[in-house]
Design a protein around this ligand. Structure first.
Ligand code: FE2
Length: 434
């Protein structure tokens, strides 16, 4: 949602919101309709919810925020609030919940959607912070798109014949230089302007950064394979004590879904590992160990954001590496178009002013930073969005993956996860001191 949307008429803003809601629903429905009822209620991994839980949970959040809170309407299904409260039941335990069955879930989410659209039509999108510039609707759009990405991770973990297909991504192009020099200095991190930015992206604040080098592209499968071939997984020198302990306990030897014969499994297809694609399905410990082996380190979150947003000509921080306009198909690999990362250099229009490529889309990029609030952080609209996660347990990921939707990614957007997680579409790039 561009800042320009604020200047549009209420009718245009409403039409844009309705279109975003519909786009999100097309994706979530596509992922649930792709499998049969048994597959929808089954738990494909203890790390994930059954797909039908995600689907009804999307409706439940929409009911809570748009129908009840924004709209002030009667509850649709108050009896199921607890079942779909993500904080009440861990993912591993969700199969034992008395969930709606697939048919009931479909009726429920479409009933809620009809009411939400009616609320959209009849609510002034101003006068109350929750609805200003359509914020609550934007939050729900992003929530559904985030669950679409989660559901894609579930699909990737699912056993059985392939049910998802996509065209091949566009070809890549090698970078002229493998690293970009960033002279450092002050830049504006975070945002006050983006109407749909979430609480943890706010407020905008000046940050000083020392000069550094950052990789032009994310680390590729071919580069990562060299780390493996060099015995990187067996050499304690490259790992932190916690990383080494996890590597040993979890018996990590390669990215998740890789096989010894140079193939990988992707949504049920076994295929050769594309050498020039950013590596994905690595945990933070693996990324950190690779960086040390390469004589580098992971970038801090501020270094990542400066590389992505800072325009040395104007001194301004952009919304995206390419400027302030919303992503198009030419800027970045987003929205699940190819169901995989594209080879590095496939989106030259997405290059940042400093010359860094592939920052948005393809893979979430691990940074060295913990998930902490920005100075002046103010929780909004509820503590469970970000505040309860602040602290050293989570590492920040930036930039969005190929599975993330344009509505749910900005160069200020912050994602976080445990350093052991790798069922997510996570990769990384390296940085180093000057
Ligand atoms: Fe959720």
């Amino acid at each position: 949602m561009t800042i320009d949307a604020l200047r549009h008429s209420p009718e245009q803003l409403r039409a844009r919101i309705a279109a975003e809601l519909e786009r999100a629903r097309n994706r979530s429905t596509g992922l649930t309709d792709a499998v049969d009822g048994d597959d929808l209620v089954r738990q494909h991994s203890p790390l994930m919810s059954p797909l039908v839980w995600d689907y009804a949970h999307i409706g439940s959040q929409e009911e809570l925020w748009l129908v009840r809170d924004v709209g002030g309407r009667e509850p649709v299904r108050p009896d199921i609030d607890n079942i779909y409260d993500a904080f009440q039941t861990k993912r591993a335990d969700r199969p034992s919940l008395p969930m709606l069955n697939p048919d009931e879930a479909r009726v429920y989410v479409s009933t809620v959607r009809d009411k939400a659209l009616d609320v959209l039509e009849h609510t002034p999108l101003e006068g109350r912070r929750l609805v200003e510039a359509g914020f609550a609707f934007g939050m729900i759009v992003q929530h559904e798109q985030q669950h679409v990405e989660t559901m894609l991770a579930t699909h990737q973990l699912r056993q059985g014949p392939a049910v998802l297909d996509a065209p091949a991504p566009p070809p890549g192009a090698p970078a002229a230089e493998t690293e970009v020099y960033v002279p450092g200095g002050m830049f504006l991190m975070g945002t006050d302007l983006d109407p749909w930015a979430l609480d943890n992206e706010r407020p905008a604040h000046a940050v000083g950064v020392e000069p550094y080098w950052i990789d032009t592209d994310p680390v590729t499968n071919a580069q990562y394979a060299q780390f493996i071939a060099d015995g990187g997984y067996a050499d304690r020198r490259w790992w932190t004590p916690e990383g080494w302990a996890h590597r040993s306990n979890a018996e990590l030897t390669a990215p998740q879904f890789w096989h010894d014969d140079g193939t990988r499994t992707r949504f049920g297809h076994v295929e050769p590992i594309p050498p020039d694609e950013p590596v994905q399905h690595v945990c933070w410990y693996e990324a950190d160990a690779y960086a040390r082996w390469a004589g580098k380190r992971l970038p801090t979150e501020a270094e990542w954001e400066m590389a992505a947003r800072y325009d040395p000509e104007s001194g301004r921080s952009l919304r995206y590496p390419w400027g302030d306009e919303d992503p198009t198909d030419e800027h970045a690999n987003l929205g699940g178009r190819y169901l995989q990362p594209a080879p590095v250099g496939a989106f030259p229009k997405g290059t940042s002013p400093l010359g860094v490529r592939g920052l948005v889309g393809d893979v979430w990029e691990w940074t060295s930073s913990d998930f902490t609030p920005y100075p002046g952080f103010a929780m909004f609209p509820y503590p469970e969005y970000s505040e309860v996660f602040f602290g050293p347990d989570y590492k920040i990921l930036r930039g969005g993956s190929w599975a993330a939707d344009p509505a749910a990614v900005r160069a200020t957007f912050r994602n976080w996860d445990y350093p052991i997680r790798r069922q997510i579409f996570s990769g990384f790039r390296c940085a180093r001191d000057v």
